[in-house]
Design a protein around this ligand. Structure first.
Ligand SMILES: Nc1nc2c(ncn2[C@@H]2O[C@H](COP(=O)(O)OP(=O)(O)OP(=O)(O)O)[C@@H](O)[C@H]2O)c(=O)[nH]1
Length: 525
């Protein structure tokens, strides 16, 4: 395949098909877009993972902070209870001491914002001293904390379920058992903690619209919840999967699972208190957590799509330009091709004889000079056969000029078959004279070729009434020289062949004569 052909194929492809380079450019554009989308998708997915991981970290920290806050809140209340018990153990609870203790409890409640009240209850469930201005008169022996202490010898703090005070406010209770000197149940010291203290604190956190904070007892009783509803107080969490499967089994952790309420994924973080049998749990809606990420991703994707659109428009324009250019190039190449062929044709016309199709005289002169120079350079022989049609004037006279042309063409066709090697050239020398240039040929070989040609022409059996043989024949002169700088010229070779031809004519025509015959005749005469 020629370079031009390849260029044409590369630029235009086959008719009606997309040029390969345009097709490749489209593939390239497609890959660029795919890469952009892949990188953006991968980046978005990475951001999502980071967002979720960061949220979990934040939630773990938040659970730790809330658990610490709960521990500290209860511990502060419990320290007061321990102090009261120690005081009573040392001094006893005499009537004289009650006002002092009342003042103490009152001032503690004033100091600690979480405290709603402090109570010292006797073994029957009545308040002996409390922090209220008017002594609390209701009997509480039906309360969970009271019954717990009455029935358990344990002297540690006890956190009970929430209780509603007579005014309807929810209180979290921390209490301790008072022992009589003999170890029997002597009553209860109780700290009532306002759950608004927790609710207000929990409300300061941003947990989204569907977020949840739960403060509960380790036995599964719900104490405080954000958002807060009365109906949830005291709910049993034991069947809630996150509590049942995770909170009860680990001290702290995170877990993502669908919500039992709306079925949407929730990220949960939980942690038990260090000093009290309680836990804190936080749940955030995964959708809300990813809200920002979704916005970001949509913005990114929109930007990438706009970029791709711009690329597509520019790329399309560029492709149309490339296509146009390729088409122009292809047309130029075709034009160049045609011009080349035209040139070759013109060159042939310039070097070819119109009647016979043999090389013309000009072509022969060029070839003769080139081959002569080559033979001189390489110290080789250069042969020439000169052919002349016998009695041709008479042929024309008898059969007409047109028939003469036909005969010349038939003779030329035979002569065309003579050149076998590169450098051989058959040419029309002029009129009815033709030549064959034979580089690197000996006189003997050239004479053999000439003789075969003579016989072949005679065998054509072209009728010629004016010829003694009654057919068209040729006379051939053969010359071969080994050029040397001193003596030989191209013309010399022609002259020698011409002289040999003259001898051939003299021998009666339809003959081949060699140049050495000329020399012999000259030397004889
Ligand atoms: N039909 C035709 N005749 C040509 C052409 N070129 C030369 N001739 C004729 O060839 C003839 C050559 O004649 P002469 O040179 O006298 O030679 P001859 O008649 O062949 O005789 P000998 O060569 O001596 O055998 C002339 O009549 C030319 O007109 C040609 O292209 N076509």
């Amino acid at each position: 395949m020629t370079v031009i052909r390849r260029l044409k194929n590369l630029s235009t492809g086959n008719a009606g098909e997309t040029p390969p380079i345009v097709f490749r450019a489209k593939i390239f554009f497609f890959l660029v877009c795919l890469s952009l989308l892949s990188v953006d998708g991968w980046q978005a997915w990475k951001n999502r993972t980071v967002q979720l991981r960061d949220t979990e970290t934040t939630m773990v920290n938040m659970a730790r902070a809330l658990a610490q806050h709960g521990d500290d809140t209860l511990k502060a209340a419990d320290l007061i209870l321990s102090g009261v018990i120690e005081l009573m153990a040392a001094d006893g609870l005499t009537e004289k001491m009650k006002p002092r203790l009342h003042q103490l409890l009152k001032s503690r409640v004033a100091e600690l914002p979480q405290l709603a009240g402090l109570f010292v209850l006797n073994a029957d469930g009545y308040a002996m001293v409390d922090s209220n201005e008017v002594l609390f008169s209701n009997n509480v022996n039906d309360r969970n904390y009271f019954q717990y202490h009455r029935d358990h010898a344990d002297l540690g703090p006890y956190v009970g379920p929430l209780v509603k005070n007579p005014a309807g406010a929810w209180r979290l209770t921390v209490s301790r058992r008072i022992n009589n000197p003999d170890g029997s149940f002597g009553g209860v010291v109780l700290a009532a903690i306002d759950i608004d203290y927790f609710r207000n604190f929990y409300n300061t956190f941003n947990i989204g619209e569907s977020g949840l904070i739960i403060l509960g007892l380790n036995n599964g009783t719900l104490l405080v919840r954000r958002p807060f509803f009365d109906k949830y107080v005291g709910s049993d969490l034991r069947k809630v999967p996150i509590f049942r499967d995770y909170v009860t089994k680990n001290h702290d952790g995170t877990h993502t699972a669908p919500s039992t309420v709306d079925g949407k994924d929730k990220i949960n973080a939980y942690r038990h208190f260090n000093q009290f049998p309680m836990f804190i749990a936080i749940a955030l809606s995964k959708d809300e957590v990813l809200d920002g990420w979704i916005d970001d991703t949509l913005r990114h994707t929109a930007a990438i799509l706009i970029l791709i659109l711009i690329l597509a428009v520019l790329g399309n324009w560029l492709l149309s330009q490339i296509k146009l250019r390729l088409e122009t190039e292809a047309k130029l190449v075709i034009a160049h091709d045609n011009l080349d062929q035209l040139n070759k044709h013109l060159q042939n016309l310039a070097l070819e004889d119109g009647l016979t199709g043999l090389a013309n005289r000009r072509h022969f002169d060029i070839a003769l000079n080139e081959e002569f120079a080559r033979a001189l350079r390489n110290r080789e022989t250069l042969g020439l056969i000169m052919i002349d049609v016998d009695w041709f004037k008479q042929y024309n006279d008898i059969y007409g000029h047109r028939a003469g042309d036909d005969s010349l063409r038939r003779i030329a066709d035979m002569i065309k078959a003579v050149p076998q090697r590169t450098g051989d050239l058959a040419a029309r020398y002029g009129g009815e004279e033709m030549v064959v240039l034979l580089p690197q040929t000996t006189l003997e070989s050239a004479a053999i070729i000439a003789e075969r040609l003579r016989a072949d022409i005679a065998a054509l059996d072209i009728q010629h009434a004016a010829s003694p043989l009654t057919i068209v024949t040729i006379s051939v002169g053969v010359a071969v020289i080994r050029p040397s700088l001193q003596s030989d010229t191209p013309d010399q070779l022609v002259e020698e062949a011409d002289r040999a031809l003259y001898i051939a004519k003299a021998k009666g025509r339809n003959n081949v004569a060699r140049s050495d015959e000329v020399k012999t005749e000259t030397s004889l005469s």
